[in-house]
Design a protein around this ligand. Structure first.
Ligand SMILES: Nc1ncnc2c1ncn2[C@@H]1O[C@H](COP(=O)(O)OP(=O)(O)OP(=O)(O)O)[C@@H](O)[C@H]1O
Length: 302
């Protein structure tokens, strides 16, 4: 598998504030990556560093196996990290032709790019009349003009209505299906779940999870229990290797499983230890619960 971007122990400090704290991950060709985290978790700063618009404090990153200078490598990258600016009185087509001129790209890319973002039929309309969603789609078209190997988007659906969000997500999937690698930053779990194959979860600049979106949900679940001898129950659970974290929630004990175990085997096991349960519910955390658990206690530093 070809590595597009390698990030190693990347750190960015703004005075005392550590915006990005020892973050490492790789971007492999053909995947869709989401950097997921609440406001102020360091998503934009991470993107800014790899795009050479923010200076890193320490750590390293290399594009395309380090064979090219960052300047050369970034010619193979398409990115939208801030609000795109186009000329309001020029049409979509004229705006993109201008970008082609600036980037030194053949004008025939304009039609191709507009088609990908479903704006071909609006190419002769002025930018000033575009909806927010259309403006964002035009920005994506502009980032695609040089046929980049990787497309980087910072909060691509921010501020859009549900229809606009749906369109942008569909377009991202289409671009990915054509083989372009994608890296997007989002604070929306739902977005990452719907669009991405891989995720880097950030909280206060630290990466909490790096891996496949599917595998983030691969926990064994947890069990909520109650009996008339709670201290004994706690003791038995704590000494069993099948359980990890054990917490008390009101009148219940919640035990997180480290291995597969069904409710009836657990009931039998506890009964043999002299525990008769009056309540037993086994559940798996949703991805949302796991994300909230990973990122809880987060207060925005912005
Ligand atoms: N130029 C700067 N000077 C000082 N602090 C900064 C600067 N840029 C970002 N920060 C701080 O660094 C931290 C990370 O910010 P960053 O914008 O990377 O987070 P984010 O996850 O992208 O959040 P958001 O989605 O709200 O933009 C925040 O605490 C922010 O206030």
């Amino acid at each position: 598998m070809e590595t597009i971007l390698k990030i190693e122990n990347l750190t960015k400090k703004y005075g005392k504030l550590i915006a990005v704290n020892d973050v490492s991950f790789n971007i492999e060709k053909g995947n869709v990556y989401g950097i997921l985290g609440p406001n102020g978790s360091g998503k934009s700063t991470t993107l800014g560093i790899v795009l050479n618009v923010v200076n890193k404090t320490s750590g390293d990153f290399s594009w395309f196996g380090g064979k090219l200078s960052t300047h050369e490598a970034l010619k193979k990258v398409g990115a939208i990290i801030e609000h795109p600016n186009f000329y309001p009185y020029m049409t979509a087509k004229q705006n993109l032709e201008l970008v082609c001129k600036i980037k030194g790209v053949a004008k025939n890319q304009v039609q191709k790019s507009l088609e990908i973002v479903d704006l071909l039929d609006r190419q002769d309309d002025k930018f000033k009349g575009f909806s927010l969603g259309m403006k964002q789609r035009l920005a994506i078209a502009s980032a695609l003009l040089n046929e980049p190997e990787i497309l980087i988007l910072d909060e691509p659906t921010n501020g859009l209505d549900p229809q606009g969000i749906h369109q942008i997500r569909g377009i991202i999937k289409r671009i990915a299906a054509n083989g372009t690698t994608i890296l997007l930053a989002s604070h929306l779990l739902d977005e990452v779940e719907k669009v991405c194959s891989h995720v880097v979860v950030l909280r206060k600049g630290k990466s909490l999870y790096v891996g496949k979106v599917d595998e983030m949900n691969a926990s064994f679940g947890f069990v909520t229990m109650q009996c008339d001898n709670m201290p004994l129950l706690k003791e038995v659970l704590s000494s069993h290797k099948g359980f990890g974290k054990i917490t008390e929630e009101g009148e219940y004990i919640v035990a997180y499983l480290n291995e597969e175990m069904d409710a009836s085997s657990l009931n039998k096991l506890l009964f043999e230890k002299g525990i008769s349960l009056s309540h037993l519910v086994k559940r798996k955390e949703s991805l949302e619960e796991q994300f909230l658990e990973l990122t809880k206690n987060t207060t925005s530093t912005k």
